[in-house]
Write a protein that binds this ligand. Structure first.
Ligand SMILES: *Cc1c(COP(=O)(O)O)cnc(C)c1O
Ligand SMILES: [Zn+2]
Length: 499
């Protein structure tokens, strides 16, 4: 829609204008720092930072209707800068001017109601948010859009000639980092570090395709992360892991979209979120709290974080009563939810802070963590796939979390689940193939259920000449082949000929 067709009172608000007063705030000592520099940790106490708007109260004063109208109209206009995460500019990065906004088609992913048959099979009402339908096929694009918007801003205001971005990744961060950095041109170089053998071929192809320098390291993600942290300490590079608080801001858009897609009414909703480095869940909690405080939402959904038993430090922490909780990293073992295979989540201190704020607002049962088995993850992925939803293994993990929560009574009959499918099924399709072939047993302990597997059928035809590259066939031979093939298929499917 043309801007001129938008009602006049909203029209003048559509294009984002710089506002607010953003600062980094240290989670440890509370010190604040201006945004004209990039910080990952507090210069004095080394704790993680979150970005804050010191003038947030101005967003509360205007009232819910103002925001509903603005966001809904922004989605209608043909104006690039508000098509992505910056539809919610005032809540994400209000001080950053429109000229720096990077948009590659991310965000506003579909919210799809589960087909009836799947509702019956799982025994719960649910929606799937298909975040695999982002440009690099994972939710990481949300955070990268914001982190690279900030990098572009920084480069402009500080008149930097060159920037080098670095990240460690279980696959998807590197794909997103490389693509968004590539969009800024040759002055921005991108380097990604991956754990050798723990990234799918599809994921590996993505940063290569976007022209990044791709470096494999021995070890798992947690080891790569340590190396990247060291690089960012001793060199002038832009760290793009979710330690970078600008990533968290962009990923808040997931929460804003869930709110908008349910017309800002989230009564009896429960969001299931797979957790690895804990950046996504941090962002979702943060976004929901901001919308609640600004009265864009009058109630908040419950949140259930989901981890595989093979990479479960967050689950173990929250299992204990409040006064006994001590965070301990775990050694991970291979998980099919490979993008969440993290034993020492970098964003844990943020998650802990925000989960506390969340339960203070909404009550003890508003935040929980469940643990799921590898078998449940694979079965859930395949079950959803069979009913029309292309969810990844981490989406399978979230759905597995719903099944566990339902079985234990944590998820109640009147509730509706929102399953976060964080990536596209095709990125993790080799796990599905291996499930079908029954080869996941040794490393992952997964025994395939025959009723959930599928296999390729190959047609064997006897007595006719069959097509083969480089051999000539006569018209008659071609017809004989078609007749024989159709008959063989018809017989094997048990079809009876028409009268
Ligand atoms: C990164 C990632 C996760 C885990 O998210 P965190 O923010 O690290 O907790 C889950 N699923 C997919 C597909 C991912 O790429
Ligand atoms: Zn500090």
């Amino acid at each position: 829609m043309r801007l001129g067709k938008i009602p006049e009172d909203v029209r003048k608000l559509i294009i984002p204008m710089p506002s607010g007063e953003m600062v980094y705030e240290c989670l440890g000592c509370g010190a604040k720092f201006p945004i004209q520099r990039l910080y990952y940790v507090c210069p004095s106490c080394k704790s993680l930072m979150l970005l804050k708007d010191l003038k947030f109260d101005r967003l509360i004063r205007v009232g819910a209707n103002y925001w509903h109208r603005l966001f809904d109209h922004r989605l209608m206009v043909n104006h690039q800068s508000v098509r992505g995460v910056f539809c919610y500019h005032e809540f994400i990065a209000p001080e950053i001017p429109e000229e720096d906004i990077v948009f590659l088609g991310e965000a506003h992913t579909p919210m799809v109601q589960a087909p009836d048959e799947l509702v019956k099979e799982i025994g719960a009402r649910m929606y799937f948010k298909l975040d695999g339908l982002n440009p690099t096929a994972s939710f990481k694009d949300r955070g990268m859009a914001c982190a690279l918007t900030f990098a572009k801003y920084l480069k402009r205001v500080q008149k930097l000639n060159n920037l080098m971005t670095v990240c460690a990744s279980t696959g998807d961060t590197s794909a997103a980092a490389a693509l968004y950095a590539a969009s800024l041109g040759p002055e921005v170089k991108s380097v990604v570090l991956l754990p050798k053998g723990y990234v799918t071929p599809q994921q590996l192809s993505q940063p290569l395709g976007a022209g990044a320098t791709v470096i494999e390291l021995p070890g798992v993600f947690d080891d790569c992360m340590k190396v990247v942290e060291r690089l960012s300490e001793i060199y002038n590079v832009v760290l793009l892991n979710s330690k970078n608080p600008w990533r968290v801001l962009g990923q808040e858009s997931y929460a804003y979209e869930v709110a908008q897609q349910f017309d800002y009414e989230l009564r009896d909703m429960v969001l299931f979120v797979p957790v690895g480095n804990a950046g996504n869940i941090t962002a979702i909690l943060s976004g929901l709290l901001k919308f609640f405080r600004a009265k864009v939402l009058i109630r908040l959904p419950r949140i259930i974080a989901v981890q595989s038993a093979r990479a479960n430090p967050v689950y173990k922490y929250f299992l204990k009563p409040l006064e006994q909780r001590v965070f301990k990293p775990v050694e991970v073992t291979p998980s099919v939810a490979q993008a969440a295979m993290i034993g020492n989540p970098v964003s844990f201190p943020r998650l802990n802070r925000l989960a506390r704020e969340y339960v203070e607002e909404m009550g003890q049962d508003s935040f929980g963590v469940v643990e799921v088995t590898e078998e449940n993850i694979m079965e859930s992925m395949v079950m959803a796939n069979r009913r029309g939803l292309t969810i990844c293994t981490q989406g399978g993990e979230a759905l597995a979390g719903l099944r566990v929560a339902k079985a234990s009574g944590l998820f109640k009959a009147q509730e509706t689940a929102v399953i976060d499918s964080t990536a596209h099924a095709l990125k993790f399709i080799d796990f599905q193939n291996a499930y079908f072939n029954g080869t996941l047993e040794s490393e992952y302990g997964i025994v395939s259920k025959p009723e959930l597997t599928n296999k390729l059928h190959s047609l064997e035809l006897k007595g006719v000449k069959v097509p083969s590259l480089g051999t000539e066939m006569s018209q008659e031979e071609k017809e004989d082949f078609v007749i024989a093939a159709a008959e063989e298929i018809g017989n094997s499917l048990g079809l009876s000929p028409k009268d």
